[in-house]
Write a protein that binds this ligand. Structure first.
Ligand code: NAD
Length: 435
């Protein structure tokens, strides 16, 4: 099949590369000239494990190309993916200007029947809006399908190539056949392609992300209560996660969720609820609790230094919103670092992948080449991302480098016993502190 992917970010680039890998002819389109130039030179602008091998192979074999020209990119395409940003607008709703802008542009340049696929996360009713915008100027037949994406950054290629399920919202039989053919190579093991109407598909994506955000947030509140009653949230996690009705995943307590999806999608679903006159109380609590959770360590570190962080050097391990990505959108680390700077602290940081993305936003930090370099003369360490390399550090080396042996761990990386043995003062989430 000939496929066009409009928007070549985390989702678009993975979508384009993976569909090239299954033998399709793919053209990725983006308005960002620098990005397209880099891609044309064979340089991947994001960090996503496993992507490079597929990217290189499909470029070399001529199945994957890049352009800034929408008309050229969609020429002859049977399938056109829209993998465009849907950032939150001022009122919390998903801003559809990118999607509808491209939809408007598509109308006059469509030359043949095509299935236009909303891959972006978009509110209920968007497929109808996209369809109407294209129809204004279209001279050929087309269908607009909702096909939300469930990949996780960090394991995006694996998620895309072996999806748990594919959700397709369409009421067109013709589009359904195209979608079946497109996804057949990815669901050979029998994972389902679930067909439904467009509105239900759009809603499915928000329900999935909001449910996961709710699960994390519920566990964070259990953690907060654990601290008060003297229980250990890690034991609670093991105790309930083994119940198959609950499941083991998304039960790790920490300093809140971030990233480019959960915060904006929870907010957008709450806005949709308001628009339809429904008071979605659990969602509103999720947002409020998560906002507080992100700042959970700040009062502890402030109190530890008797209310005065001025002139203290705070080392930070982890900037990305989660490991295996360079994505810093809504990362809890950033909010915490800004608060440390506002309190007069000096901040030294290390992240294996995300530092380049932070440098433009926070130029006043000291960026270090290794995790240990960030500890040099530090008064304390704060941990915000659970990169595996932080899990088993050399505590003796850390003790020698740091001015004070104190860690504020937002990701519960270390056993309390290990901290006691190594004589660190240790604060984490949902567990007793170690003095
Ligand atoms: P992104 O910001 O990484 O990429 C979007 C790309 O679109 C950018 O490269 C931008 O330059 C390009 N773009 C903007 N306007 C354009 C235009 N008019 N023509 C062509 N290109 C244009 O975004 P993303 O993380 O890939 O997310 C895209 C959508 O997918 C969002 O709706 C998001 O919610 C959803 N989603 C994201 C993830 C994820 O993990 N990142 C997972 C599932 C769904």
């Amino acid at each position: 099949m000939k496929i066009a992917v409009v928007g070549t970010g985390y989702v678009g680039l993975v979508t384009g590369t993976c569909f090239a890998e299954t033998g399709n002819q793919v053209t990725c389109v983006d308005i960002d000239v620098n990005k397209v130039t880099r891609l044309q030179k064979g340089d991947i602008p994001i960090y996503e494990p496993g992507l490079e091998v597929l990217f290189d192979r499909n470029i070399a074999e001529g199945r994957l190309t890049f352009t800034t020209d929408l008309k050229e990119g969609i020429k002859g395409a049977e399938v056109i993916f829209l993998a465009l940003p849907t950032p939150p607008g001022e009122d919390g709703s998903a801003d559809l200007k990118y999607i509808l802008g491209v939809a408007n542009d598509l109308g006059p340049i469509l030359e043949n029947y095509a299935v236009i696929i909303d891959k972006s996360t978009v509110p209920v009713g968007t497929a109808e809006k996209v369809s109407a915008a294209i129809r204004l100027n279209a001279t050929v037949d087309f269908d607009v399908v909702s096909n939300p994406e469930f990949l996780r950054e960090g394991v995006a290629v694996e998620d895309f190539m072996k999806p748990d399920r594919v959700v397709v919202g369409t009421t067109s039989e013709k589009a359904k056949k195209v979608m079946e053919k497109l996804y057949a190579p990815l669901v050979r093991q029998g994972n389902p392609v679930i067909f439904m109407d467009e509105r239900s598909a759009e809603m499915t994506k928000y329900a999935a992300n909001s449910f996961l955000a709710l699960k994390i947030t519920f566990m964070n509140e259990i953690a907060n209560l654990c601290e008060k009653v003297g229980a250990n949230v890690d034991d609670i996690r093991r105790g309930i996660g083994t119940d198959s009705r609950i499941g083991k995943r998304f039960l790790f307590a920490g300093i809140g969720y971030g990233g480019s999806c959960f915060p904006k999608d929870v907010q957008a679903l709450a806005k949709t609820s308001d628009d339809y006159g429904y008071d979605f109380r659990t969602l509103k609590s999720v947002m409020a609790v998560n906002d507080d959770q992100k700042k959970r360590l700040l009062p502890l570190i402030t109190e530890y230094f008797d209310g005065d962080l001025k002139g203290k050097t705070i080392a930070v391990w982890g900037l990305a919103f989660k490991p295996y990505t360079d994505d810093i959108r809504e990362a809890p680390a950033l909010e915490n670092i800004k608060a440390l700077l506002a309190a007069g602290a000096n901040v030294t940081v290390y992240d294996p992948e995300a530092m380049d993305n932070v440098k433009g936003l926070l130029p006043d930090l000291t960026y270090c080449h290794t995790a240990y370099a960030a500890l040099d003369d530090a008064d304390a360490l704060m941990i915000f991302t659970e990169w595996p390399q932080f899990r088993t550090p050399d505590f003796d080396k850390m003790a020698k480098l740091m001015k004070e042996k104190v860690i504020f761990d937002g990701r519960n990386l270390y056993e309390l016993e290990v901290m006691r043995e190594n004589q660190f003062t240790y604060y984490s989430i949902g567990r007793e502190s170690v003095d």
